[in-house]
Design a protein around this ligand. Sequence first.
Ligand SMILES: Cc1cc2nc3c(=O)[nH]c(=O)nc-3n(C[C@H](O)[C@H](O)[C@H](O)COP(=O)(O)O)c2cc1C
Length: 177
Amino acid sequence: MKTLVIYTSQTGFTKKYAEWIAEKTSGDILELKEAQKKSDSFFADYQAIVYGGWLMAGSTVKVKWFLNKAASWQDKRLAVFCVGGSPNDNPDIEVTLKKMLTDEQRKYIRPFYCQGGFNYEKMNGPSRLAMKMFVSALKKKKDQTEEEKIMTKMIATSYDISDIKYTEPIVEYLEKP
Ligand SMILES: Cc1cc2nc3c(=O)[nH]c(=O)nc-3n(C[C@H](O)[C@H](O)[C@H](O)COP(=O)(O)O)c2cc1C
């Protein structure tokens, strides 16, 4: 199955997952900016297309582009993965994946989550500022649960919890005969 991986990444985590998936499926890889320049006939060559975007405030960046395109790609194997700073077992992830697709889209697109991390060194100014404000609001919050305390500490500095193993279900799904 000829596979295409399209991604949007700010600090490199989604790019790394996209590269892992492309490598494992022997597929092609394109940054969204490049994919947006391609004509419809370019995509006709692929039997499987996956989009990866990073999570910003619970939404997958630029996923709308993929969802619009995907409506006319229903004969292909389609997946979307998002990459965030939350660990895979965070209960918010299920909610995020649920709201990403409509019931109709869920019939032909499979959603996945891959834990990434935070890289403050590579983040742009507005993102760094947004995170600073978010962390400071969390710190001020009274009656923090133990989980919130751990999370507040965790996201205050850079960390990397990405792992190639989180690509396994995606690759398996894309390659399913
Ligand atoms: C403004 C902002 C909002 C974010 N919101 C979320 C979020 O809702 N959930 C989450 O898990 N991670 C969130 N993150 C963390 C990023 O999704 C995470 O750092 C991701 O690994 C970045 O991927 P990238 O390296 O491909 O850009 C947020 C980061 C920023 C800067």
